[in-house]
Write a protein that binds this ligand. Sequence first.
Ligand SMILES: Cc1ncc(COP(=O)(O)O)c(C=O)c1O
Length: 385
Amino acid sequence: MSSTNQNHKLCMIPGPVEFHEDVLDAMSTLSTSHVSPAFIPIFGESIELLRKVVLTAKGQPFVVAGSGTLGWDMVASNLVEPNEDVLVLNSGYFGDSFTTCLETYGGKVTQVKAPIGDKPSLQEISEMLKTKFFKVITITHVDTSTGVLSDVKSIAQRVKEQSPNTLVIVDGVCSVGVEEIRMDEWGLDLVMTASQKALGVPPGLSIVIASERAIETFKKRKTPVKSYYASWANWLPIMNAYEARKGAYFATPPVQLIYALNTSLKQITSVPLEKRFEQHKKVSKFVKDAIEELGLKMLPKSRDIAANGMTAVYYPESLTAVDLLPKVASNNIVIAGGLLKTIASKYFRIGHMGISVTEPDRKHIQDTVSALKISLKDLGYSANL
Ligand SMILES: Cc1ncc(COP(=O)(O)O)c(C=O)c1O
């Protein structure tokens, strides 16, 4: 099977990303019992490998069928009890959605909301932390709607200084496997992601890694968890069993996706993570330089707060999504439209994560930039072309 099949348009959106042939092959594993001796070590090893990706020794990975959104439900239902205060740092669409999820389970959310293209400042976060005790603070590491990158390390440090009992939760759906994340060193309590982004696995897995402190907090709850499927009471024994190389059942795991995850995690961890972070930075710079050379404006207000796995760009005034996206697709590249409701029709997004970045011989990035240039030119946009 090939991800570069002739009829395939390259999927250069901020997830799902392009998948490695070996990962796709792993998806076609013949039907296998989820408690078979063949599958148990694959699941167990995948749990172990996830720790390496977020640099934690004792964090507890959860790998559960679902999408990234299920990670929010896990946070909201396992770590927050009704009427407990939560601080959400909002740099776009995904901060809004995380808020809605937390409120669904009874969390009392206060937001620090940044203007479009910006992130909450350390000063604003500090001021808010002084107002009351927050059980949890959530950070969207990269808000995929705006391409804004938050400084997780500095925020975690500030929270440790001002409110050491607050749990630091990172939505890393668009950052795990791209941006530097040092779960133990930075004192993060939970990092969540999904299979379809930089982990390079088809959609369908929610991946959450919780610190020992987060697990303790869950165990000390006073009220029952208001979710059945997302409850760690159900999933913790399953994760522990597979890691101990024993089969167990709560709800059927997506066997083929876990084979695919195992293949991808082995590829990712076979190279030092630092190299991976650098590769993503380098490619991000290449794409952003090209965008600036074209005279186009990006959403993040400056380069130093722009994500390394995606680029969000305003259309030139003369063009819209209806013009540009189909034109780029006719050049065999799929890019994404805008997502942030108030300005969705005004910008587009390019994803640059995973094998498109780490395997430059595939020329995905060059092909994407060329397709963009050709499309803009065909549509009559002439600045710097
Ligand atoms: C930052 C962020 N958080 C959460 C999600 C939700 O993930 P999913 O769409 O897999 O449910 C996404 C999806 O793109 C995301 O980018």
